[in-house]
Write a protein that binds this ligand. Structure first.
Ligand code: HEC
Ligand code: HEC
Ligand code: HEC
Ligand code: HEC
Length: 179
């Protein structure tokens, strides 16, 4: 029993000391200037047209309220923490700058990590430095898929399956290869 709780305390301390505590969510506006150009691969455009950008908005419909009601919630979908946890995942985050808006749904920093420390050009140009400054590292496709499945799973009341390759092709936003 004691051993187990010590384990939890250690894990807790480790989790918090490993996180760069000062990192804040800055919002897509702060990523946009550099990530909207043709040369960089128009990530901003691609995201804006994806359902992730309207994931919060999807909770403001009559259909969403009906889904929430059927799940036994008495609050509107857009005010229900369980729904927000996937549709506006940073809705309760405290480490946010004024430019951040959780109603932008599933956004850049949801997948790439809070950007206050890595968003400068000198750090961004260097992948290792970006990761050291809090940018999420995905080691391989399996790691990416695991991230997707934190939301694309049976806990979604409207879940209709998740085919990684098919879904990734719909939202991927690569930097064009030089040359
Ligand atoms: C000042 C310009 C600038 C800003 C602001 C900026 N980026 Fe970047 N970012 C870059 C450049 C330049 C690269 C390098 C692209 C390349 O590989 O040629 C980059 C690369 C990246 C990469 C790929 C890293 C890798 O090598 O795997 C990600 C992910 C990324 N940015 C996300 C973001 C996010 C999220 C934000 C907002 C929080 C942001 N960027 C803000 C300029 C910027
Ligand atoms: C934080 C939660 C979250 C994560 C992480 C996430 N998604 Fe989503 N995704 C959603 C939500 C919520 C919707 C529904 C938005 C809507 O319909 O307005 C969605 C919708 C989609 C859609 C549109 C599906 C359709 O019915 O047309 C695709 C494609 C998709 N996601 C791909 C991905 C991929 C690929 C990843 C991993 C790289 C991923 N998502 C990670 C929450 C998430
Ligand atoms: C575990 C993450 C998760 C949770 C929790 C969740 N959703 Fe979703 N939601 C998704 C994903 C992912 C999609 C995209 C379709 C799919 O695969 O389920 C989605 C799609 C939807 C859609 C369809 C949008 C459209 O374009 O038609 C509605 C409506 C919706 N969710 C409402 C809700 C409501 C209401 C709740 C709370 C009771 C909720 N969701 C909780 C992940 C989630
Ligand atoms: C649903 C999750 C998700 C969202 C939302 C998202 N990205 Fe990404 N992004 C990824 C993943 C996963 C990769 C691939 C990472 C890798 O291969 O290491 C990626 C790759 C990138 C790359 C590098 C592409 C390359 O070829 O190296 C850049 C730049 C980038 N994203 C910027 C952004 C920006 C800017 C936004 C917001 C406008 C954004 N992303 C939104 C998941 C996401």
């Amino acid at each position: 029993m004691i051993k187990q709780s010590l384990g939890i305390v250690t894990l807790f301390l480790f989790t918090f000391s490993a996180l760069p505590a000062q990192n804040k969510f800055v919002g897509t506006k702060m990523c946009a200037p550099c990530h909207r150009t043709e040369k960089q691969g128009k990530q901003m455009d691609i995201w804006q047209k994806s359902p992730h950008a309207s994931a919060y908005k999807a909770l403001t419909t009559a259909k969403a309220n009906e889904v929430a009601k059927q799940k036994g919630f008495t609050t509107p979908a857009a005010e229900t923490a369980e729904c927000l946890s996937c549709h506006a995942p940073e809705h309760a985050a405290k480490n946010v700058e004024k430019s951040f808006n959780a109603q932008e749904g599933v956004q850049c920093e949801t997948c790439h990590g809070a950007g206050s420390a890595y968003k400068t050009i000198t750090i961004m140009k260097d992948r290792a430095k970006s990761i050291a400054a809090g940018m999420t590292e995905y080691k391989d496709a399996a790691a990416i898929e695991a991230k997707c499945r934190t939301c694309h799973n049976e806990k979604s009341p409207t879940f209709k399956g998740f085919n990684f390759e098919e879904y990734w092709n719909k939202i991927k936003h690569p930097v064009p290869k030089a040359g």
